[in-house]
Each structure stands twice: as structure tokens, then as C-alpha cells.
Design a binder for this molecule. Sequence first.
Ligand SMILES: Nc1ncnc2c1ncn2[C@@H]1O[C@H](COP(=O)(O)OP(=O)(O)OP(=O)(O)O)[C@@H](O)[C@H]1O
Ligand SMILES: [Mg+2]
Length: 275
Amino acid sequence: MEFQADADLPPILTVEGVNVWLSGRQILHDVNFRIEAGEFTGLIGSNGAGKTTLLRVILGLESPTSGRVLVGGRPRSPRNPLIGYVPQKILLDPDMPLRARDLVALGLDGHRFGLPRRSTAQKVLIDEMIDAVDATSFADARVGILSGGEQQRVLIAHALISRPRLLLLDEPLANLDIRSEQEVVELVARIASEQQIAVLISAHDMNPLLPVMDRVIYVAAGRVASGTTEEVVTTEALSELYGHHVDVVQINERILVVAGRETAAHHDHSDSRAE
Ligand SMILES: Nc1ncnc2c1ncn2[C@@H]1O[C@H](COP(=O)(O)OP(=O)(O)OP(=O)(O)O)[C@@H](O)[C@H]1O
Ligand SMILES: [Mg+2]
């Protein structure tokens, strides 16, 4: 997907010199990057790399020890309406009496509880959003009984109904089979491009995102490299980021990042599965 930044608009997201310490440990090291309006960015890294922490800092749920985050060129406020968020771990109880449609509708209410009466305009918007994520056929089913891919689509509609300019998705592809993975990626990319929403989507594996990704932010042990895939996902750039040799290899259009042979024995599980 080719992307042209609009020179008149400030970046939708600016992260400058962000350091985060939690419980006496440095989790993020001098993180710097920007996301322009409408851009689709992958946030790639293995378990424990710092992806969720970075998303929580962007949301204002975690404060950086130093550095700053600007949203639309301004210091971000809590519950910023410009940002939509689908968190990593959501447990939806099968017995919970909440229909998919109700969960989408709750996205209109921010933090208010209860199911308020809906105006006709709101009902139309809810139906449009359900249709946009292809959830019409299960809109009246309880969310807890839906499949992982169906729940993911409902959660995306929930995050998008308030019309954010930046959508943060934390590992929406985890636990999906390859087909649902592809469906969710295509769905998010289509809606984002139709509505000019910037997307920051975290994943262990960048491969499902390659067809739609404008840029990549690669996280390894709390350090970040950002740019186009061609710039960042190279043996040289990733070896520097990891601080030891890794190989970037391409097999049948798939990109794999593997720990170098001479160092693999000295590194833990998360490093040797560096993709
Ligand atoms: N509140 C906290 N206090 C102390 N350490 C924390 C806290 N939150 C996260 N961490 C640590 O920060 C590191 C990064 O965690 P984070 O959840 O951001 O990783 P991640 O890239 O999202 O991993 P995963 O792919 O497994 O979701 C981990 O080592 C984690 O243990
Ligand atoms: Mg995480």
C-alpha cells in the first residue's frame, strides 16, 4: 500500500525519547517514532519485547519515566477520543448476556455503563459498523459464544464506532487460524483506508501484515527500530537492534528472523524465536 503523508497535518502520533521503568527495570529504552495520518504500521516483537507497554504508554495508561507522546500534535489526554483501542486480553464469558450488537454500541458511550436508549441515528450507525466488519450474521448472538475471529471483528467495530483517527490493536491475530488472520488484516486495512484511520497493530509475526503494512516498528528487549520493512527488516539493522547477530531470511515470500548460529546457544527462548 503506497502512502502519501499530508504535509499540512501533524503526525497523528509522535513518540519522543520515551523511557519506561517498571518495578525497577527498564522496559522501554529511548523510543522514537512517528505515525502519519492514515498510515498502517506493524508493531513487531517477540514475547516480553515491550509491545503492550508501548501501547499503554500511547494510551496514557502508563506514564513514561521520561520523554513524551503527542497525539495529533498535542500532549495526549486520558481517554483521548482520537484513539481507539482493542486490548490484548479480553475474556468474554459465554454466559454473559451481551449481544455482539450491544458490545459494538458500547463503543459510543466511552466509560459510561448500562445500555442506554439509542437514537435512530445511533442505531443506523451501529448497523453500518456491524456491516463494515461483516458481523451482520451474528450481530444478535451472545459475544461469549462467538469464535475468536468473530469476536475480534466485533471488538474492532466497538473500537471504531467512535470514529478514532488512530486505532491501536494489541495482537488481534493471536489464536486465529491463517484464514481468519488474513480476514482480520484485510478488514482492518480496508476500513482504515476508507476512513483514513492510522493503524498500529502489534504481532509476533510480521508475515500476515506484509501485504498492507506501510511501515514497521520493530521492538527487541525494549529497543525500537522504525521505518519501511526494507529499511528495518534487514540482517544489519536487526542485528544492531538485538545487540547480537540475527539473520533475516526470505522463504517463499515469508520473512523469518532467526538468531545467528554462534549466539543462539547463549540466548533465551524469546531471542532464538526472534520473529
Ligand atoms: N507493571 C509491570 N511491572 C513490571 N514489569 C512489567 C510490567 N508490565 C510489563 N512488565 C514487563 O515488561 C516487559 C514487556 O512486557 P510487555 O507486556 O510490554 O511485552 P509484549 O511485547 O507485549 O509481550 P507479549 O508478546 O507476550 O504480549 C516484560 O518483561 C514484562 O514482564
Ligand atoms: Mg503484549
